[in-house]
Design a protein around this ligand. Sequence first.
Ligand SMILES: C[S@@+](CC[C@H](N)C(=O)[O-])C[C@H]1O[C@@H](n2cnc3c(N)ncnc32)[C@H](O)[C@@H]1O
Length: 360
Amino acid sequence: MAKLGWIDVTEVSFNAFLLFEPIHAEYIATREPDSHMGTAIKANTAVDWYLRHIYPPIGDYLDRCLALAKSDASAEEIREAEINVLDRVHDWLVYVLDPEKYDRQDFNGWDNASLLGMADFKHKVVIDIGSGTGRLAFSVAPIANTVYAIEPVANLRRFIWEKRNELKLDNVFPLDGTITQIPLPDDFADIVMSGHVFGDDPPAEVAEMTRVTRDGGMILLHPGTNNNSESEAHQYLVEQGFEFANFEEPGDGMKRKYWKTVHKINPSKLGDCLMLKQNGYEFVEETKYPNINESAQQQDKPQPPYQIPLEPNHPVIDLPNRKRLTWVLMICVKPSRKDVPYVATAMRASLSMSYPICSG
Ligand SMILES: C[S@@+](CC[C@H](N)C(=O)[O-])C[C@H]1O[C@@H](n2cnc3c(N)ncnc32)[C@H](O)[C@@H]1O
């Protein structure tokens, strides 16, 4: 990662780790254990204790770092190790120590019209995920009905509360949460947006954003990836039916923004299976509905041919390709009801959740 230069980490105490959140510990635990971390943690037992308590799974990582710690490290060597570690969490230090510094960065000076042109925010219920200092949230708040600023760092939520009061935008509500754990009900928002957060786990993130977006609502990523990126995140978004364009972040170049209108399946309507198509699912072919009653009678368990009946005597969509099925969706035919064959459960594999199309 390029040096950010937002703060001088040589002046930061290693105790700043005591201001970190469980999500930071979770990220740290995914890194390769290293001797600098081991040396720093060995000399800072309170930090070691704290991290193990806010995120117990980090214990294994810390033990492996400690095994690599320099023995008999001098005070200078310890400080050198601390600075090395602090430098790698530069952005998090700014969030927990001085969010104003992040808010003032040139790249935050992008043109509001770029975001406002992506959707009609007027009177809308909006969720901003990974809100930070509220760059996206405060851009749309003057027009929107309400904006829920989801942010896992307490100090940033505090910053947003203060800024909301300063700007007299009392329709902005900071909430603790993450892009894979949004503390709001299904179909809650008209618009779900996020900037500079998407990408660690694209399927889980798109699934959770989709969950809280109402049918016909929109998901916006501003930005979602760096310009011209052919990353997995970009590929995934395109596969999921997101469109994209560029915009400029001053001093940081062109970035990619993404948008998609969400179409949801209404469980009460078999005909809404057609909505799957609009949700980016690939269908192999459409065929006439054959003799599913007979096959259902003979089977105890859901069996191929994995068909989606739209309604009795209506053509159905046939999904013979199992490999593609596991990626796209898994249809189970429930055998117990013989008069009207129907789909009991569809696994939206990309969303990792089961979704009833019809029950009865
Ligand atoms: C680079 S900042 C972007 C802030 C703001 N969206 C913007 O564009 O200026 C990333 C923000 O996402 C938050 N964050 C980190 N991991 C997150 C996650 N898994 N879910 C939601 N937010 C996260 C960070 O605390 C930070 O506030």
